[in-house]
Design a protein around this ligand. Structure first.
Ligand code: GLU
Length: 313
């Protein structure tokens, strides 16, 4: 059976942009008979907000979206991620890294990855024989970094078509286990998607350049035959072209909900952002017969004042 996941990060409340991605993910799943897993991605300790997990699930239900399994939380699974990182270390596919973020930024003369993160210059690659040696030499706890192999990675995205990256050049070696012992997003997602049988990943295209990194991890773990199919959707942005965030005012679902805006009104706006004229109110269920991925606009969606007025009146 094909399986997808709704994977909210409980670092804040769902806004209209997240909601649109979740709606599309849910519509594709229910149209195609995929199972849906709800996974709470709560690894980013300092940024996780108490209660944001329950709030996200409540918001999803309010929108009319449901799931078949979960919630599954990532934070109790730290030992699994850690042992996977150790396997990669033993296999020589990863290495201990004692660089601080600041050192990486200073040392990086290389071009910067799209998200603004510095491409790691490889300072610690091949430098230490073991975690213990690294930590002894540096006097601090080491992180584990994946050694991106040379060469291009290609995949066919279900929405964007052919994509091609040169991870070693464009993205660099990336952290899979942080110095505080918690798993980095790239590793946790691959371990979980593989173990939970996820065959279809639908997410915002801010994560497009994570896909080649995740594919490399699948391969390094001997799971190249279990790669999911990917669909990356254009993000919702504000009128300034920047990704929807606090600076664009309050776009949280809870904000509109508290003002008496109905879920059907919100879904009607999200539907319009998917290329469907559904009038003023529509339920997620009613969209099942109408949604087509091919009609979703290819450009970023701009959340305008007119959209805000549409929701409120
Ligand atoms: N938890 C991630 C987010 O909220 C999604 C990760 C993924 O879909 O791979 O952005």
């Amino acid at each position: 059976m094909r399986i997808t996941r709704l994977a909210p990060s409980p670092t804040g409340a769902l806004h209209l942009g997240n909601a649109r991605t979740f709606l599309v993910n849910w519509l594709l799943a229910r149209q195609n008979g995929w199972g849906i897993l709800l996974r709470v991605e709560d690894l980013d300790g300092p940024r996780v907000k108490a209660g944001a997990d329950r709030q996200a699930m409540e918001d999803l239900r309010w929108l009319g979206l449901d799931w078949d399994r979960g919630p599954v939380y990532q934070s109790p699974r730290v030992a699994v991620y850690r042992s996977t990182a150790e396997r990669l270390l033993t296999a020589g596919a990863a290495y201990p890294c004692v660089c601080t973020r600041r050192e990486v930024e200073l040392a990086a003369s290389a071009p910067h990855a799209e998200d603004g993160a510095a491409v790691y210059p490889g300072t610690c690659r091949g430098r230490f024989k073991s975690m213990r040696e690294a930590e002894g030499a540096a006097g601090r706890v080491a992180a584990v970094r994946f050694a991106a192999p040379e060469g291009e990675v290609e995949f066919s995205d279900g929405f964007r078509g052919g994509c091609r990256f040169d991870p070693a050049k464009e993205l660099g070696d990336f952290v899979i286990l942080k110095a505080d012992g918690t798993a980095a997003y790239q590793l946790a997602v691959v371990v979980d998607d593989a173990e939970m049988g996820v065959s279809d990943v639908v997410r915002g295209d801010d994560l497009l350049d994570s896909t080649p990194r995740q594919m490399l991890l699948y391969r390094a773990l001997g799971m190249g035959d279990r790669l999911p199919k990917y669909v990356h959707l254009p993000l919702v942005v504000g009128t300034d072209g920047r990704r929807l965030a606090k600076r664009h005012g309050d776009t949280r679902l809870s904000y509109y909900r508290q003002r008496g805006v109905t879920a059907e009104r919100v879904v009607a706006l999200l539907a319009r952002w998917c290329g469907i004229d559904a009038g003023r109110e529509v339920s997620a269920n009613e969209l099942l017969g109408r949604f087509e991925l091919g009609r979703v606009p290819r450009e970023p969606i701009v959340f305008s004042e007119a959209d805000d007025r549409f929701l409120r009146d």
